[in-house]
Design a binder for this molecule. Structure first.
Ligand SMILES: CC(C)(COP(=O)(O)OP(=O)(O)OC[C@H]1O[C@@H](n2cnc3c(N)ncnc32)[C@H](O)[C@@H]1OP(=O)(O)O)[C@@H](O)C(=O)NCCC(=O)NCCS
Length: 367
């Protein structure tokens, strides 16, 4: 049975920074309150023209470059997102087309902020079963497009960004060891974006009622999060036959520093075991764990051989944790330049559309 190694990683965040002081000019809040209650100082916001898929493409190509893997070698792309470009087609398919991953199946996974853990686990299980060899997992969000900038309960929390992992099969032990995934739909109403689905299709009334914005019961979500973080970490460790002492780094979902501090207390671990960068990005939902991981790897904190726990929670309610040994890129021949596939991908996409157009004319005549 092959192991599923994390062999490539990449992240991207929009250039535009929104500080707490900027927010204090938009709603009744202030820097001190936001920092004390959440730990967040600033977040990144997409500019016009940027989308969840465009962020996902950037992160994906960086991850493929680290793995030295061609997009055409990918068997599967999973994009975990709560803020897709469209309800359908899947954002994963848009990314597949833009990076020229011609052989890959692609789908979106919606488990809110736990989505990256769910998606990494799904990709790892597909590799472990032997049905695929190479997978790309992306967490990408443009939450700023769904935030009510007049609601101080939510608009202070969220930011935009994307992160990606490449997972590859190898006979060498390592990579993803275990994962646990949980849900409790009875808490679905605690964090929602209620408009635009089949329950509340877009109408003038849904827009008027603000149903296309994120709504949250912050206190209840906080209570739920502090309860499940330590619990899920311990479950994932048990299932891998590992102990906390063997773990070098915990990479938690970056929602609120007080939630991470509660998890540290629950696990009786010092805060310096936790990778934290929410002060600079806020809560980027599915992108938060890969962005934190990539920064920690690039800073030299996470090294080959380190044992990690990724742990998160989110709307649904969902929560989960995953244990892994960090290995790094697998040995490969030659140099691959995945960025070039972006241009090739565009040409290919154009040609395929043109062929479809011509076929359409021919078949219409035949009918
Ligand atoms: C949202 C959150 C930061 C609020 O913090 P809190 O300590 O629970 O704050 P409260 O809601 O109790 O509000 C305390 C007071 O601050 C006020 N307040 C709320 N937001 C404020 C803001 N942005 N600026 C200033 N004051 C604010 C409230 O109105 C309240 O005032 P009152 O006591 O006069 O009524 C916190 O509940 C949280 O982080 N929850 C989890 C959210 C989350 O992680 N969501 C994503 C899940 S993936």
């Amino acid at each position: 049975m092959p192991y599923a190694h994390i062999t490539g990683w990449g992240m991207t965040a929009p250039e535009s920074i929104l500080t707490n002081d900027d927010l204090s000019k938009m709603v009744e809040t202030n820097d001190e309150w936001i920092r004390e209650r959440t730990g967040i100082r600033e977040r990144r916001i997409v500019s016009d023209g940027q989308t969840t898929s465009s962020l996902g493409v950037d992160a994906a190509l960086k991850a493929l470059t680290v793995a030295n893997l061609r997009p055409t070698d990918l068997d599967l792309i999973i994009c975990a997102t709560s803020t897709p470009d469209y309800i359908f087609p899947a954002t994963a398919c848009l990314i597949q087309d833009q990076i020229g991953a011609t052989r890959a199946g692609a789908f979106d996974l919606l488990a809110a902020c736990s989505g990256f853990i769910y998606a990494t686990n799904m990709a790892a299980q597909a590799i472990r079963s032997g049905s695929i060899r190479n997978a790309l997992v992306i967490g990408a969000e443009t939450l700023s497009r769904f935030v009510n900038w007049k609601d101080r309960n939510t608009c202070i929390l969220f930011g935009d960004g994307a992160g990606a992992f490449v997972l590859q099969a190898s006979e060498r032990p390592g990579g993803v060891y275990s994962a646990v995934m949980h849900s409790d739909g009875s808490g679905g109403d605690l964090l929602t974006l209620a408009g635009g689905g089949s329950a509340n299709p877009a109408t003038e009334a849904t827009i008027h009622e603000g149903k296309h914005f994120i709504e949250m019961d912050g206190k209840e979500v906080f209570r739920f999060a502090t309860r499940v973080m330590a619990q899920a970490t311990n479950e994932a460790l048990d299932s891998a036959g590992m102990t906390l002492e063997q773990v070098q780094w915990i990479i938690p979902h970056q929602a609120n520093i007080r939630i991470i501090e509660a998890a540290a207390r629950g696990l009786k671990l010092p805060m310096d075991k936790f990778v934290v960068n929410l002060d600079r990005y806020g809560n980027t939902s599915t992108a938060s764990i890969p962005i934190a991981t990539v920064e920690a790897v690039e800073k030299g904190q996470i090294k080959s051989g380190d044992k990690l726990v990724l742990v998160g929670f989110g709307a649904g309610l969902t929560w989960g944790a995953l244990t892994a040994e960090w290995t790094g890129p697998l040995p490969s021949k030659g140099h691959v330049y995945p960025q070039q596939y972006r241009v090739l991908g565009r040409v290919r996409s154009f040609v395929r559309r043109a062929i479809r157009f011509i076929e359409g004319i021919i078949f219409r005549r035949e009918l």
